[in-house]
Ligand binder design. Structure first.
Ligand code: SF4
Length: 475
C-alpha cells in the first residue's frame, strides 16, 4: 500500500486551498526570507555568491561522479559496521524497511522528519503492515495528528495557528492544551518522550552522505532526530543516492548554505553525524544501523542533461519561501509532499508527465527561485524543458498534454513564425471572436477554450499588432 500520488490536478487542488492559507504562509515566509537576507548581508554579497558557486560546483561534481562516491560510501559504512541496501524504486525501499522491521518484531517506529520517506509513502506501508509509525518532528507530529502531510519541506505545520494546534491536541491527545506555543511544545515533548523509550525502530533520512567516511548527516532544529537515531535498538536511514558529497570539506560549504537559506540561521541547532553502530559496549546507540540508498528515478534524471541539476537540491526550502505561486496556494495544492519550485521539478520527473504533467505549469517563470537557490539550480530552464516534455513526450512517455493543446501549440508556432499567416489569422480571429466579446473581454468561450474562461476571462484580440505598432511608432 502506498500514498504515492498517481495523478495530480493542480488546478483542482488550488480550488480547495482555504482562504486563510495565503496570509498564514506569507507571514512565515516573510520571516524566513528576512532572516536569510540579514545573514547574507552580514556575510557580504561577494562571499555569499562565492559560496553559492562553490556549493553548485561541488554538488555537480558529486552527482557527476555518483558511481565512485556511492561505492566509496558503501565501503565505509560496511567498514564501520553498518549494512547497506540498494533500492531501485519506492516499492523496493518500502520492502527493505518492512523486512528490517519484521526481523525485529517492530510494533512502534519513531521517525525524524524526512522528505524521502514521504516520497516513498513509507508511513502508509508500515501502518498497513500493522506497525505504528510516529512522526517526532513537532511540525510533522502536528500534521500527522491532523491526518495530513507536510505543507512545507522545512516547517511542515507553519500554516496552522496556535489556536488550531491547541484544539487539535485537545481533540486527539485528550489534554488541556492552551493556545500557547511553549505549553504546546511541552505537551508534545512529554508525549513523545514515552514513545522514544518504547520504540523498536528509529527511522531517519539524511541531508547528506559523506563518502570519505560513510557518514550520514542530519540537520534539525529539534532534538527529536537525535532521539530517533540513538534510543531505539535499530536505526534505518533512507537516503537518496543524490545526497552523497565527497568529503567533510564539501560538507562545511553545504552546511553554511543550508542553514542560512532554510531558516536564516548560521547553523541549525542539531547537526548529527552517524557513522555506523557503536564500536564497543561502552558506547551508546542502536546495535544495528541500516542505510537504504534509494534511486527511484534519480539515475534517469541524471541521464538528462537539461534536467540533471534538479539533483543538486539540498532541500533548504528557500525557493518555496520566495515563490509567488507557493505563497498564494501553500504546499498542499501541489499534491506531493515536496512542494514549491523544487517539488515541481522533482515530482514531474519522479512521477512522470502522465501523473504530474500539470506541475511544470504551476509557475510564473519569474525566476526568483533561480536567484535565491543556494546551489544555483536553473529552475526555470528545467521547468521549460519539462513543459516541452509534457507537450511533446519523450523516450519513456508519450505526450501528456491533450490533443487539442498540442495541435493548437503547433498551429500557433507556424502562425507566429509566418508573417502573412499571422496577419491573416489575427484578422480572422477578430471577426470570429465578435459574438463572444463583452466590453473587451470574453468570458464564455465554447469548446476547449471554455477551460480557460471558466476560471478567468480572456482579453479580446484588440487589433492587428502590426497596425498597432505602426500607429504607435507613427510610421
Ligand atoms: S531548489 Fe534550491 S532553493 Fe529550492 S529547496 Fe532546492 S536548494 Fe533550496
Amino acid at each position: 500500500m502506498s500514498h504515492v500520488p498517481t495523478s495530480i490536478d493542480f488546478r483542482a487542488n488550488v480550488q480547495q486551498v482555504p482562504s486563510t492559507m495565503p496570509a498564514a504562509v506569507q507571514k512565515a515566509t516573510t520571516k524566513f526570507l528576512g532572516n536569510r537576507a540579514a545573514l547574507v548581508d552580514a556575510l557580504g554579497n561577494d562571499v555569499w555568491q562565492a559560496l553559492r558557486q562553490a556549493g553548485h560546483d561541488l554538488r555537480l561534481h558529486a552527482i557527476s561522479n555518483l558511481d565512485h562516491y556511492l561505492e566509496q560510501a558503501e565501503r565505509e559504512v560496511i567498514k564501520a559496521g553498518g549494512q547497506v541496501h540498494w533500492a531501485r524504486d519506492a516499492e523496493e525501499a518500502r520492502r527493505i524497511v518492512l523486512d528490517i522491521a519484521g526481523k525485529h518484531h517492530t510494533r512502534l517506529a519513531v521517525k525524524s522528519k524526512s522528505m524521502i520517506t514521504e516520497e516513498i509513502g513509507l508511513n502508509q506501508a508500515m501502518e498497513a503492515a500493522g506497525i505504528r509509525v510516529l512522526e517526532t518532528d513537532l511540525g510533522e507530529y502536528i500534521v500527522q495528528l491532523k491526518g495530513m502531510g507536510p505543507a512545507h519541506i522545512v516547517v511542515p505545520a507553519f500554516h496552522l495557528s496556535t489556536e488550531e494546534i491547541a484544539a487539535l491536541f485537545r481533540e486527539k491527545l485528550g489534554v488541556d492544551a492552551p493556545a500557547e506555543a511553549q505549553k504546546l511544545t511541552q505537551i508534545a515533548r512529554m508525549k513523545l518522550r514515552e514513545e522514544f523509550l518504547a520504540a523498536d525502530l528509529g527511522i531517519s533520512g539524511g541531508n547528506f552522505l559523506v563518502a570519505e567516511t560513510g557518514t550520514i548527516v542530519t540537520v534539525t532544529n529539534e532534538g527529536n532526530g537525535r532521539m530517533c537515531c540513538t534510543i531505539p535498538p535499530v536505526h534505518v536511514a533512507v537516503v537518496g543516492i543524490d545526497k552523497v558529497v565527497p568529503d567533510w570539506e564539501s560538507l562545511t560549504v553545504l552546511l553554511k548554505l543550508l542553514a542560512r537559506s532554510a531558516t536564516g540561521q548560521k547553523l541549525s541547532c542539531y547537526t548529527q553525524f552517524i557513522s555506523g553502530p557503536p564500536r564497543s559496549d561502552a558506547e551508546i546507540g542502536p546495535r544495528e544501523f541500516h542505510l537504504v540508498l534509494l534511486d527511484n528515478g534519480r539515475s534517469r534524471i541524471l541521464q538528462t542533461p537539461e534536467t540533471r541539476e534538479t539533483l543538486l537540491c539540498i532541500r533548504c526550502g528557500a525557493c518555496l519561501n520566495i515563490c509567488p505561486v507557493y505563497n498564494n496556494v501553500g504546499g498542499y495544492a501541489y499534491g506531493y509532499p515536496i512542494s514549491g519550485p523544487t517539488g515541481v521539478i522533482f515530482a514531474s520527473q519522479i512521477l512522470g508527465a502522465k501523473a504530474a504533467g500539470a506541475l511544470p505549469f504551476a509557475s510564473t517563470l519569474c525566476g526568483a527561485c533561480n536567484d535565491i537557490c543556494p546551489v544555483k539550480i536553473p529552475i526555470t530552464d528545467i521547468l521549460l524543458h519539462l513543459r516541452r516534455r509534457v507537450v511533446e513526450g519523450d523516450d519513456l512517455e508519450g505526450a501528456a498534454a491533450p490533443y487539442f493543446l498540442r495541435v493548437g501549440a503547433q498551429v500557433g508556432a507556424v502562425a507566429l513564425g509566418t508573417a502573412w499567416l499571422y496577419r491573416f489569422g489575427s484578422r480572422m480571429l477578430k471577426r470570429l471572436q465578435a459574438p463572444f466579446v463583452r466590453e473587451g473581454w470574453m468570458s464564455n468561450l465554447p469548446g476547449p477554450m471554455s477551460r480557460w474562461t471558466m476560471a478567468r476571462p480572456f482579453p479580446a484580440f484588440a487589433a492587428d499588432f502590426r497596425r498597432w505598432w505602426c500607429h504607435r511608432s507613427g510610421r
